[in-house]
Design a protein around this ligand. Structure first.
Ligand SMILES: [Fe+2]
Ligand SMILES: [Fe+2]
Length: 252
C-alpha cells in the first residue's frame, strides 16, 4: 500500500490547486490513499466545515491537525463525526484521539500529537500519551503526525517509538526536511513541509512578517498571495518500507 501524506495545507487557494493537480500526483506516484495535515486550511488558521467537506471531496481519507485545531471554533460542532485526528495529548474530550481509516482489508490508525517545545497549549506529555494509546490501538498500520517546532523532540520521539509504529511524520514548521529514512522499520521525516503559497514566509504574507520582526508589533497575519504553489508531502510505501519526499510546484 502506498500512502500520500500531505504537509500542512495553508489557505483556501491551496484547495483549488489540489483540485487541479492531486489526481495527477496520485497517478504518477501510484497512490492508494491520501492523508493530510489540515490545520492551516481556512485563512491560515483552523479548518471550517465547508473547507473540510471540500478536502473530503478531493478524496482525502483522513486529516490530522496541530496547534490550530480549534482556531475556527465551529470545528467543535462537527469534529466528532469527521475523519479528523485531533492532537491526542491536547486536554479536551472533543474529537478523536485515534482516527481509524480503512483501505481494502487493512485498518490504518492515525495519531496526531503536539510537541511541547516552543509550543503553547494545554498539553499532556506526547511520549506518555503514545505509550497509553499503544495499549489500546488495534490496527494493521499506525501513522503518527508529530506536530512540533523542535527537530530534537521529533527525532527523540521516533527513536523512542521506532519499530512500534509504522511512520512518524513531522509537521508544523512548513519547511520540508531532507532526512527521510526508515529507522528500524519506522518511516520517518522531521517535517513534511507545506501545501501552500511558495512566495511567502511559511505561508503568510512576506511584508507583514518582515514588519512583524522589524517592529516587534504583532499585527494581523494573512495567507500570502503567490504566483506559485508548492505541494509538499511524503509517500509511504508499506510494502518496500520506503519513504519518499514529494515537492511539486504549480503556477496559478
Ligand atoms: Fe501548520
Ligand atoms: Fe502548527
Amino acid at each position: 500500500m502506498r500512502v500520500l501524506y500531505l504537509g500542512d495545507i495553508v489557505g483556501e487557494k491551496t484547495i483549488d490547486v489540489l483540485k487541479d493537480h492531486l489526481e495527477d500526483i496520485k497517478r504518477r506516484y501510484k497512490i492508494n490513499m491520501v492523508l493530510a495535515n489540515a490545520e492551516n486550511t481556512t485563512g491560515g488558521k483552523g479548518l471550517s466545515e465547508k473547507d473540510y467537506k471540500k478536502l473530503k471531496t478531493l478524496g482525502i481519507a483522513g486529516m490530522s491537525m496541530g496547534n490550530h485545531t480549534f482556531s475556527k471554533s465551529e470545528i467543535k460542532d462537527y469534529i466528532d463525526d469527521a475523519t479528523i485526528a485531533r492532537p491526542a495529548n491536547y486536554t479536551t474530550n472533543i474529537g478523536k484521539e485515534v482516527l481509524y481509516v480503512r483501505y481494502n482489508d487493512e485498518v490504518i490508525a492515525i495519531v496526531n500529537l503536539l510537541g511541547r517545545t516552543f509550543v503553547n497549549g494545554p498539553l499532556d506529555c506526547p511520549f506518555k500519551k503514545m505509550d497509553e494509546l499503544l495499549k489500546t490501538i488495534k490496527a494493521d498500520k499506525i501513522i503518527v503526525d508529530f506536530h512540533g517546532e523542535a527537530t530534537s523532540e521529533k527525532k527523540a520521539f521516533v527513536y523512542d517509538f521506532k519499530g512500534r509504529v509504522d511512520a512518524v511524520l513531522g509537521s508544523h514548521t512548513h519547511v520540508q526536511t531532507a532526512d527521510e529514512e526508515n529507522i528500524d522499520g519506522t518511516l520517518y521525516i522531521t517535517d513534511m513541509g507545506m501545501c501552500g503559497p511558495k512566495e511567502s514566509i511559511i505561508g503568510d504574507d512576506i511584508d507583514s512578517i518582515i514588519d512583524r520582526f522589524r517592529s516587534g508589533i504583532f499585527g494581523r497575519l494573512a495567507v500570502a498571495n503567490s504566483k506559485n504553489y508548492m505541494i509538499n508531502g511524503v509517500v509511504l510505501d508499506f510494502n518496500t518500507k520506503k519513504i519518499e519526499r514529494v515537492n511539486e510546484v504549480y503556477s496559478v
